[in-house]
Design a binder for this molecule. Sequence first.
Ligand SMILES: *Cc1c(COP(=O)(O)O)cnc(C)c1O
Length: 371
Amino acid sequence: MSLANTYARYPVEFVGGAGMWLTDAQGDAYLDFLSGIAVNNLGHCHPAVVDAVQRQAATLLHVSNLFYNEPNVTLAARLCDRSFGESVFFCNSGAEANEAAIKLVRKFRPRGDLVVALNGFHGRTYGALSATPQESKQAPFAPLVPGFRAVDATDAAAAVDADTAAVLIEPIQGESGVNVFDAELLASIRAACDAVGAALVFDEVQTGMGRTGSLWAHEQLGVVPDAMTLAKGLGGGLPIGALVIGPKLQSVFAPGDHGSTFAGGPLVSAAANVALDVIDDEAFLAHVREMGERLTEGLRELPGVVSVRGRGLMVAAEIDGPAPEIAKRALLEHKLIINATGPTTLRFLPPLITESEHIDEALNRLSAALS
Ligand SMILES: *Cc1c(COP(=O)(O)O)cnc(C)c1O
């Protein structure tokens, strides 16, 4: 196998997908409750995404950021219309969106520190990795970028001082197992930033694009950040990232400060516009909340499940057995795709188009894997 040894992959190769289902090389169908890690929020090969991508591919693929392209200009305006944003920097991934955010707040408050939360995850590039205080991910790659202060999320407000450029935090920590922060905690961090003129940046790479039952997770919290980072579900399955910049940080970047050759190209932007067409709809988001409740309640009733947490269709269950082995058994024996984020934690990130019957089927398959 000529792929670099950076992932412990399962022995499954997928060749096709439609809606909630993936098909492997043997022709077996799998029920997807992972969405390629919160990417396929519209399911696989959503007809509107396929159509927009096919048409855009035949029209214009790339021009660089020395020029405008219509799908990208439209996307930027829509993201600002539907958020606190005044402008958007585009990139190609979540890590890159966080790199842009880190550069933005450093320039905003030169030499200032970034306060980040323990168990947070912001990506694998050096700046984003330096903001990701997890020993196993950071230790082999020292020295890291200086100027990051990692604290327990409950201590983040107290850690903000006159040298703080920003707090960078996920409203719900995804990769470390769906750790839901309550609104009061995030509001206290907002207040601490305001008291010293620091910026608050939400990493909504995983929580954004409808995942928690509102377009952005922070809408349910009543806390507005000064910037937010997006990727994962933004492109309807295609790779695109974005840094949405609010009023406080709007005048920080100047031409030459940051860039990316591929970023915001017509193809990925056309796909993201379709993803917004589908997701930014109150009936669709209400459906996400309803399905999230059905999944959460169903999980609570399964034998072997100790507790369930999450919001919308971003859900984790603590179980009384070895989660990595259960996830593997679910995949290989019961054709249910889920993932383990810890020794006893299973995470569920189904496509947001899931219907009740898919939830019930996933619960049946999981129940079989657990017994
Ligand atoms: C996945 C993720 C990232 C990194 O995104 P990549 O596209 O893999 O670089 C950053 N932040 C959060 C919250 C994520 O879930």
